[in-house]
Design a protein around this ligand. Structure first.
Ligand code: GTP
Ligand code: SPV
Ligand code: MN
Length: 590
């Protein structure tokens, strides 16, 4: 039988808690070998070679896409599985109606059966990682045990993985324990279990993204949000972007949009030609950890070190930065191929797919060539606009928080909340059409408070309360906004050009923060008039702008009533101050 002690390893810094845990998991899962990851380049190259030899990775055209690879996942394993994702707290009320719940003992027993002997004939990889800059007091470490080399290389790109993380764990003692096996990829034997009270994650039966890269959604959002509530900070599904205006001042914005609703693209935005002098710096594209700072402002770090981004739609016009970034040193998952062995996806605008994402000859009767949730994995260092502040242990000060959703109607292009507490209602009211990022029907409107519906590790009622408490602690709270890039006209076409032109909306926000932009007061908050936005060089019909910047009181009365009903689901845990915000909104709309 394999044990940790039986396998030589080059790392001298393994602490007893880590060693003991790995030993016990090896006894349970019975791997043939144990590999302790050190995070070195040599290790990465070795794993890439092994994955090519086993056929799990295909090398893409080395002239057009140097050092780029393609992985194809099992056709049933292409996205997060919210219906198989559980938060296992002692008291079901603590998980809340927003999560699936299982009693911790039952969940452990169920998972133990699945993990028993599951690594026979396989290698068990021990992946120590640090979420956040390795020297930041805000960072948190974990160890993922996995039997997937694909997961290891993704974790190497997405986190600070290896020796330094293991050393920090040795010094700190505590770490998040994440156990993962791809199992047989049987959807009937697939579960993603979270034990926030034990700082533990158990994931079986999927090798994909948020189900398997446990540092990401499982640790940095579900477990971290639970820890953050106890410790007085926030773990959020937010991008972090730095915007330098033509005067040379840089301000940072954090924005929460649901999955596949524009975070990566906003974080990597390219200013339109008609806005000279603006520069954009990416700090993060998916997750932000936010801490009240000693000066009464809110500070953000990005716990991740790479991007796991949506591929479809990426082209030189929508986002030249992302398009260029993924032409080298990138791992693609579930894209199509051209005859030249180049990656291809819907919305690329050029090239012809020959092989689809499942490796079959491309045929329109099978649907899209690339899977709609096909992804790129790439180190953040490859982003030409990677912020010099992204590795700062203190984080960056946040001037504005933005919430948004994908909504064909109702929500205007942008509005500003009246104050922090109203802003918490604005965030809690986010509703968005579902996307391919999770298994299930796409395009269905649902409530997705703070874009955290799939990711909050505890009861939303308590979570909103915590948001209110954080605001009360801040002497200089960020202003709060809501945006909607996805409003459509009667012909189902987007009314707003989006992408780089979104900077026009961000400019208005920053001017508002500086007291230098006008707005009109409406029942739902402050909206810019067309003349308050910088529209220089933008070709947009006046009628489109009018729709984008209007508030229909009748629609909003329905919206407010629906929000009130949604909050009722959380019963006594919904903060009274938030109910009061709904009532005040309803009075303003009456
Ligand atoms: P996750 O990684 O799933 O959390 O997604 P994300 O929020 O980072 O979304 P991303 O930026 O990858 O965008 C998802 C899809 O929306 C892509 O197909 C984009 O091309 C498209 N998109 C992004 N921004 C805009 C926009 O401003 N307007 C329009 N119309 N589409 C956009
Ligand atoms: C999301 O679904 O919000 C993602 C991709 O960012 S995953 O890592 O699969 O969660
Ligand atoms: Mn995401």
């Amino acid at each position: 039988m394999a044990t940790a002690a039986a396998h030589a390893h080059p790392l001298s810094s393994i602490s007893k808690p880590v060693g003991d845990w790995v030993h016990s998991i090896a006894e349970l899962t019975q791997p043939e070998a144990i590999h302790w990851c050190d995070g070195s380049d040599a290790e990465y190259r070795q794993l890439m070679t092994e994955l090519q030899q086993s056929g799990e990775l295909l090398k893409l055209n080395p002239e057009h896409f140097p050092n780029c690879f393609l992985a194809r996942s099992h056709p049933s394993d292409v996205a997060r599985v919210e219906h198989l994702t559980f938060v296992c707290t002692t008291n079901p009320e603590d998980a809340g109606p927003n999560n699936h719940w299982m009693a911790p003992a039952d969940a452990h027993a169920k998972m133990r059966e699945l993990f028993k002997g599951c690594m026979k004939g396989r290698t068990l990889y021990v992946v120590p990682y640090c979420m956040g800059p390795i020297d930041s007091p805000y960072s948190r470490c974990g160890v993922e045990i996995t039997d997937s080399a694909y997961v290891v290389i993704n974790m190497a790109l997405m986190t600070r993985m290896g020796r330094a993380a293991l050393e920090r764990i040795g010094r700190e003692g505590s770490f998040v324990k994440g156990l993962h096996s791809t199992g047989e990829l049987d959807p009937n034997r697939r579960f993603i279990m979270h034990f926030p009270e034990e700082l533990a994650i158990e994931s079986f039966g999927s090798g994909y993204g948020g189900n398997a890269l446990l540092g990401k959604k499982c640790h940095a959002l579900r477990i971290a949000s639970y820890q953050a509530r106890n410790e007085g900070w926030l773990a959020e599904h937010m991008l972090i972007v730095g915007l330098q205006n033509p005067q040379g001042e840089t301000h940072y914005i954090a924005a929460a949009f649901p999955s596949a609703c524009g975070k990566t693209n906003l974080a990597m935005l390219i200013p339109p030609g008609s806005m000279p002098g603006w520069k954009v710096f990416t700090v993060g594209d998916d997750i932000a950890w936010l801490h009240p700072g000693p000066d009464g402002r809110l500070y953000a770090i990005n716990p991740e070190a790479g991007y796991f981004g949506v591929v479809p739609g990426t082209n030189p016009k929508t986002n030249r930065n992302a398009y260029e970034m993924i032409r080298r040193d990138t791992l693609f998952t579930n894209v199509a191929l051209t005859a030249d062995n180049d990656p291809w996806w819907e919305g690329l605008e050029g090239g012809t797919p020959v092989i689809d994402w499942q490796g079959r000859p491309y045929d329109t009767k099978h649907g899209p060539a690339a899977h709609p949730n096909s992804r790129f994995t790439v180190s953040a260092k490859k982003n030409p606009n990677y912020s010099p502040e992204a590795d700062s242990p203190r984080g960056v000060p946040i001037s504005a928080i933005v919430f948004g959703g994908r909504r064909r109607g109702v929500a205007p292009l942008v509005y500003e909340a009246r104050d922090w507490n109203h802003g918490v209602l604005v965030g809690a009211s986010v509703a968005s059409e579902t996307t391919a990022a999770a298994i299930g029907e796409a395009g269905v409107l649902r409530r997705d408070p703070m874009a955290m519906k799939p990711f909050a590790g505890y009861n939303f009622g308590d979570y909103w309360n915590h948001w209110l408490a954080i605001g009360a602690k801040l002497k200089h709270p960020p202003r709060i906004y809501h945006v909607n890039w996805f409003r459509r006209d009667a012909n189902n076409k987007f009314l707003w050009p989006g992408f780089g032109d979104n900077l026009r909306v961000l400019e208005w926000m920053l001017k508002r923060c500086a007291g230098a932009a006008e707005a009109t007061e409406t029942a739902i908050g402050y909206l810019p008039r067309a003349k308050d936005l910088n529209l220089a060089g933008l070709d947009i019909a006046a009628s489109a702008l009018e729709q984008l910047l209007s508030v229909d009181a009748r629609e909003w009365r329905t919206e407010a009533a629906d929000m009130g009903r949604y909050m009722d689901e959380f019963g006594a845990r919904t903060p009274a101050a938030l109910r009061a915000e709904v009532q005040a909104l309803q009075q303003r709309l009456a």
